[in-house]
Design a protein around this ligand. Structure first.
Ligand code: SF4
Length: 117
């Protein structure tokens, strides 16, 4: 993946401190900007392994949960897939993180949609 998406980042003209708030500061303003960002998904994919800062509107702890969920436990897959999908992660990336195939991701999302229909 190239870094071209960064040219369209909503944060491109804003100081980096907002995306690396100290523990005492709220990340709310940064996340609000992320939620309007056209390249939020690309940012999340790029920052998935990052242990600091806000990437794609997520905090380090949220990304850690996505990474560290016991993916060998298939019972955990639906909630993990739904959570990653809600964050805008593409099916291919979700499948790669979980260790399943894309078809499984689509099947789980379809089943979840049917539950709420
Ligand atoms: S999602 Fe947030 S951190 Fe990522 S590029 Fe957009 S504004 Fe910047």
């Amino acid at each position: 993946m190239t870094d071209n998406w960064k040219n369209s980042a909503a944060c491109a003209s804003i100081g980096g401190d907002v995306w690396f708030p100290e523990a005492a500061k709220s990340p709310r303003d940064a996340i609000r900007i992320c939620n309007t960002c056209l390249v939020k998904t690309m940012c999340l994919v790029a920052g998935m392994e990052e242990t600091a800062g806000i990437w794609g509107g997520t905090l380090p702890a949220e990304r850690a949960r996505m990474r560290d969920e016991p993916t060998s436990n298939r019972k955990a897959w639906p909630s993990l897939i739904v959570s990653m999908n809600a964050r805008g992660l593409p099916a291919k990336e979700i499948a790669a993180h979980i260790g399943c195939n894309e078809r499984t991701v689509f099947r789980v999302l379809k089943a979840e949609r049917e539950k709420t229909a």
